[in-house]
Design a protein around this ligand. Structure first.
Ligand SMILES: Nc1ncnc2c1ncn2[C@@H]1O[C@H](COP(=O)(O)OP(=O)(O)OP(=O)(O)O)[C@@H](O)[C@H]1O
Ligand SMILES: [Mg+2]
Length: 266
């Protein structure tokens, strides 16, 4: 049994059917008509413990929708997800204990509190033993250079500073699986490198499974050892272990560029 098993997964959103003109606009306000939109279409994949998976595709491909279903935030329309033996959207609390998640620029830290207080709250929420908390905090402070940030209020941090704290908070309870939905968006080159190195180090040390969505090809090349390509809600390629198939970086880049031009490759 794999750590993550996804079978025939589909997500359909109900959206308001647009009607033309001003009259259409008012009609929509009073009595909206709905239509269905399939954001994720019958996808299948398995992920093993310790894998670093890049889940990629152009805007609107269905990446965040998939991640939200994997984290239990959304319920699939059909299909099955089993993560470490449980169905995430049925047992959200049990699932939450085992995972960490970063969603773009949304923060899980307490806005008005100093960073260290957010970390202490996370320690309490996840019941992290004192010794383990201290060890992880020391380690993460060094790796992500948080020393000068811990006493600052979250609302006063820059984007890159906040993301480094966010990443530390996500890994603090040493989750089995971490979902990172565009963790490097808008960050400068040095912060990006810092975060990539951190993810790789923790994965190596703790065998944390990481699923990463990104539009940054360097994230994929540097961090991921497997990529799954999504196009209009369907998986069009699952590369398995990149190193297994001896894919050259340039070759991978060509394929990704082709995908981002909207072309199918299989
Ligand atoms: N709550 C929603 N209601 C209706 N449609 C939605 C909803 N959320 C997403 N969608 C649609 O589903 C499709 C997939 O969206 P999703 O956010 O999963 O894409 P994505 O691959 O994460 O894109 P991006 O790279 O821009 O983050 C898009 O066409 C989007 O408009
Ligand atoms: Mg997204």
């Amino acid at each position: 049994m794999s750590l993550i098993e996804v079978k025939n997964l589909t997500k359909t959103y109900k959206i308001i059917k647009k009607e033309d003109g001003l009259m259409g606009y008012f009609k929509n306000l009073i009595r909206p008509k709905y239509e269905e939109f399939k954001a994720v279409k019958n996808i299948n994949f398995n992920i093993e413990e310790g894998e670093l998976v890049g889940y990629i595709g152009e805007n609107g491909a269905g990446k965040s929708t998939t991640i939200k279903m994997l984290t239990g935030l959304l319920t699939p329309t059909s299909g099955e997800i089993i993560i470490d033996g449980i169905i995430p959207y049925e047992k959200r609390i049990e699932n939450n204990k085992k995972i960490g998640a970063v969603f773009g620029q949304k923060t899980q830290l307490w806005w008005d509190l100093p960073v260290i207080e957010s970390f202490r709250l996370i320690k309490k929420m996840y019941k992290i033993p004192e010794g383990e908390y201290r060890k992880n905090l020391k380690n993460f402070t060094e790796l992500l250079q948080l020393e000068d940030l811990l006493e600052k209020q979250v609302k006063n941090l820059s984007l890159g500073q906040k993301m480094r704290c966010e990443i530390a908070a996500t890994f603090l309870h040493i989750p089995k699986i971490v979902y990172l939905d565009e963790p490097t968006i808008g960050l400068d080159v040095l912060v990006k490198e810092n975060i990539r190195k951190f993810i790789k180090d923790i994965n190596k040390e703790k065998k944390t499974t990481v699923i990463l969505t990104t539009h940054d090809l360097k994230d994929i090349e540097d961090v991921c050892d497997r990529i799954i390509l999504l196009d209009k809600g369907q998986i069009i390629y699952d590369y398995g272990k990149i190193e297994d198939i001896h894919m050259k970086e340039a070759e991978l880049e060509d394929i990704l560029k082709e995908i981002y031009r909207g072309a199918k490759i299989c």
